[in-house]
Design a protein around this ligand. Sequence first.
Ligand code: NOJ
Length: 869
Amino acid sequence: MLSLLIVTLSTCAASAAIDKRLDVPAGYVAAPYYPAPHGGWTSDWSESYRKASLIVSNLTLAEKTNITAGSGIFMGRCVGNTGSALRADIPQLCLQDGPLGVRNSDHNTAFPPGITVGATFDKDLMHARGVAIGEEFRGKGVNVHLGPSVGPLGRKPRGGRNWEGFGADPVLQGFGGSLTIEGVQSVGVIATIKHFIGNEQEQYRMYSLVQPGISSNIDDRTLHELYLWPFAEGVRSGVGAVMVAYNAVNGSACSQNSYLINNLLKDELGFQGFVMSDWLAQISGVPSTLAGLDMSMPGDINTIPLLGNSYWMYEYSRAILNGSVPVDRLDDSVTRILAAWFQMGQDQSYPEPNFSTNTQDAEGPLYPGALVSPTGVVNEFVVVNTSEHAEVARNISRDAITLLKNNNGSLPLTRNATLKVFGTDAEKNPDGINSCSDQGCDKGTLGMGWGSGSARYPYMDSPIDGFKSRGANYTFFNTDSFPSNSNPTTGDTAIVFINADSGENYITVENNPGDRTSANLNAWHNGDQLVKDVAAKYTNVIVIIHTVGPILLEAWHDLPSVSAILIAHLPGQEAGDALMQVLYGDVSPSGHLPYTIPKSESDYPASASLVGFELGQPQDTFSEGLYIDYRHFNKEAITPRYAFGHGLSYTTFTYTNATITSVTPLTAIPPTRPAKGATPSYSTAIPPASEAYWPANFNRIWRYLYSWLEKADADAAAAAANTSTYPYPAGYSNVQKAGPAAGGVQGGNPALFDIAYNISVVVTNTGRRSGKAVAQLYVQYPTGIDVDTPIIQLRDFAKTAELAGGESQTLEVRVTRKDVSVWDVGRQNWVVPSVEGDYGVWVGAASDALALRCGTASETCEEGVASPV
Ligand code: NOJ
């Protein structure tokens, strides 16, 4: 341990040594992969690379290293602020959280988070939210939006940040993430897909002075088929940035893991943008550089930030001068960053930041992290939230609401129903809707979890606001203990609000350090008891749950008076009217569970529980492999309380008249990938030391990070230049590779995304009320193949428009080559295990409600078939 600390502290540039990884269980490998692939080889980025390379070839060493790192924590208006190259008109870039809206700002929309978006199963809403988020970030002058989050994937139901992503399935995450990216980037903002990768729990995630970050030990097949999948989709959508996670994978920190960054991300997935560290996730200088990291955020060293020390910036200049880092590595990083900037058109009158993440005041220190800072205007209170954005947010909140149970048609409510409303979750936080920094408390209506993925609410339209504006006949008991004065009367409808929260590790809420360690999967604030007490006195009880993820319902689910249960997920600012529209039947609920709800926590694989304290590096071994969430429940034949994808409506739908058409014929192995195109080429000579000298008479701000060196230091570094003395990692080579067979364009070999089968299905509303239906498509691999696969796996989905009773709509869904392949670890390629085999393509309303099967062998579809699970 001690040696690790010494290495961590001393891994700045010239003195760096390659740290020996700590042991992980046998079979979990992060094989070295060098060098970092140059970007620019796909045709869709070539023009941006051309523009970037013209600039890079004229930048000095110190200008280049200034662009690759932040100016220091709290050293600017945004949560991350790169250095500039003003001589070349390259401004500082503003990087800002988070996935659901502009964090720590004003006049922004607090959109519903990813988990709610996932529950809509609505691709149009996923995209519309991305556009709206992009418009707000652009309006605030943010260059780089730090979202979407598709990792954690949701392997651990108690994991703190699952709610920032779209659900416990790679395909749902894949669509949620890529449609968000396409929306955000359509208005010129660089999106950041995060956290790469395996960041499935909050505790022990970070490397610190006392402990290395947790190692997520993931085998190559599981990595490809589950955790990497949504990242591949994001890269395919042209995402401009990737943020690496805090944790290690297979013993090697994600920020310096060449297997992950160089191999999987930049070569196999063909990622053309830049890779940034999570905040203080960088733990070394040269090793992280060689492993493919392009940008250090916020720029400081991880152990003791805020003292003006960096692994990069001035140290990166030194490392180039003394030959520790090959010049082409720096040039590639800078080119990637500027290419992303050009790719989004940010060279064309892009707004400058007009807000501060550090304060709500109009004026304040420009560099709050500095000991002495100039002051000035930091918040200009630019209004970016529009009524159109609020409508997108409201529509998502509404269309995510998931009706789990509805006995005797107790929902929708009649206009004049007499309501008794219980639970503090029904009304705004009495201390103020933004009274807890980064929403780090669970008080009042729960619209989002806590941490960097939160935003300040411009308002909170609470459920009580909703009842009020409906003119509902209600009495509200703003308590989580059953009140003695509620006076139950025949004909009353009781509505109970409960919730479950979680968040990011740097805040502990009610003894939950991000992950739900204390609350477990139970409702917070004795919610179960409240429901039971209400159910003992009232005969018609409706339970409404705001939750970050799975929650146990068993304590009261089967009580005869509990007639209806709604999961309203996390509605952001739009909790009230969205819910009213569903409760009163203006619309039918159309959300579906983006995860399984179990009957007991012990129903999950034991390996998916939270890892506790361990001496040394905590080890989190993903030994359940592909079998997370519904894949596990199906394999073990465990009946959940509610299956993945479950969600009722006020009406009923049929799925009929399906057709399946083969489109691109399959072969066992995909056709040969296209070769890489040309990438920019620059001089590889070490630049003169003078390019890193401090400018004369420069007014330095103490603790601010700069890329210059004292003349003597720069000269000494240049004098020491001798690449042969640097202890390059095992397997190091500086010769660019052709790239793996599984690569080819952004996302991988383009043939992986060829459509193998098109499926159409007629969805008919067979009831009287109008409503929207979701068609979920799951693939079942043929029997008799020699590779183990989950029984069914979600591969696509589509949602109808609002259908009136009797109305039909034909939905189109598809199956790609990748959807019927498995990752063959030996061949390092996607292989179709049975080209002639009969894949079952199941379509229906939930993972356990599949009665329509199309067979790929017969190319016919059959209705009324027994569900495969
Ligand atoms: C750490 C979080 O993990 C990441 O998601 C966030 O973007 C950064 N902090 C910046 O706040």
